[in-house]
Design a protein around this ligand. Structure first.
Ligand code: SF4
Ligand code: SF4
Length: 236
C-alpha cells in the first residue's frame, strides 16, 4: 500500500502555515500502524520528501507500541488518536496528515509537552494517604479509571480545556473516581473533594465532547458522573 504522509514540522501549530508541512511517501503493509510507518520512515538512511529533498528525522514519541503508554498521541487526519493503534487499512484515501496535539506546547514536530496533566493532578492532591479500602462492587469502575494513559486525547477535544488554565479537563474525574473510592482517611478525602470542585466541576460545560474519544476505551462520561456524585453531590 502506498500512502502520502503529510507531517507538521513547524513551531506553532495554532498559527500553522502551508510551509510548516513536509510530505513523504510510504510503501508498506496495510496492516502497519502509524507508529510503524513513522518508525520505518525514520529508519531510512536518508529521509527524503516527495520533492527529493533530504529532511531531518521526524520527532515523535513512543514507548510501548501497544496502547499502554499514551506517548504517541497525535492528531491523525485531524482526530486525536494513538499512532500505535491507528492502522493504514482504516484510511478512506491513501493520504494521511500527522500533527501534534494542539492544546499542548510543542517540543518538536509531533512531540508535545504534557507535563501540565501531571502537575494539575499533583495540584489537586490526587494520591492515596494511609490505608486504601477496596470495595468489590466498585472494582470494575476503579479498574476502568486505572486504565488512563494520560495521553491527553480527551483534553484535545474539550472546548473548555487549555494548558495553564484552572480547569483541568476529563483526566481529573477519570482518575479522581478511583482515588476517592479507595481513600479511607476522611481529611484527605475532604481536601480532594474541595479541589475537585474548583479545578473540574465548576469549569466543565457538560458538552461531553470527551465521551467517545478515549483510545483506552475508558467510559469517560460514566466516570465523570461517578466522580461528580462522590465529590460534589455527596453520594460516595
Ligand atoms: S464534558 Fe465537555 S467540558 Fe466537560 S470535560 Fe468533557 S469535553 Fe470538557
Ligand atoms: S481518559 Fe482516555 S483519552 Fe483521557 S487521558 Fe486518559 S486515556 Fe487519554
Amino acid at each position: 500500500m502506498k500512502v502520502q504522509v503529510k507531517v507538521f514540522r513547524g513551531r506553532d501549530f495554532n498559527e500553522r502555515r502551508p510551509e510548516d508541512y513536509q510530505i513523504f511517501e510510504y510503501t508498506g503493509d496495510e496492516k502497519a500502524s502509524v507508529a510503524q510507518l513513522l518508525y520505518e520512515l525514520n529508519s531510512k538512511e536518508r529521509l527524503v520528501d516527495i520533492h527529493g529533498q533530504t529532511c531531518e528525522k521526524i520527532t515523535w514519541e513512543c514507548s510501548c507500541f501497544v496502547k499502554k503508554c499514551g506517548a504517541c498521541a497525535m492528531r491523525i487526519n485531524g482526530i486525536p488518536r494513538l499512532a500505535c493503534s491507528f492502522f493504514l487499512y482504516e484510511l478512506k484515501s491513501p493520504e494521511i496528515t500527522l500533527e501534534p496535539l494542539s492544546k499542548f506546547p510543542i517540543v518538536k514536530d509531533l512531540t508535545v509537552d504534557r507535563s501540565f496533566i501531571f502537575e494539575s493532578l499533583k495540584e489537586i492532591s490526587l494520591w492515596l494517604e494511609g490505608n486504601a479500602r477496596m470495595k468489590p462492587e466498585t472494582h470494575e469502575y476503579r479498574y476502568g479509571s486505572a486504565k488512563c494513559l494520560m495521553c491527553g486525547c480527551c483534553l484535545e477535544v474539550c472546548p473548555n480545556f487549555r494548558v495553564g488554565g484552572r480547569f483541568t479537563g476529563a483526566v481529573t474525574p477519570v482518575n479522581m473516581y478511583r482515588i476517592l473510592d479507595e481513600q479511607e482517611k476522611n481529611g484527605h478525602r475532604k481536601d480532594m473533594k474541595r479541589s475537585y470542585s474548583k479545578s473540574y466541576y465548576e469549569g466543565c460545560g457538560k458538552s461531553l465532547s470527551c465521551r467517545d474519544i478515549c483510545p483506552a476505551g475508558i467510559p469517560v462520561d460514566d466516570l465523570i458522573a461517578r466522580s461528580n456524585a462522590a465529590a460534589v453531590w455527596g453520594r460516595g
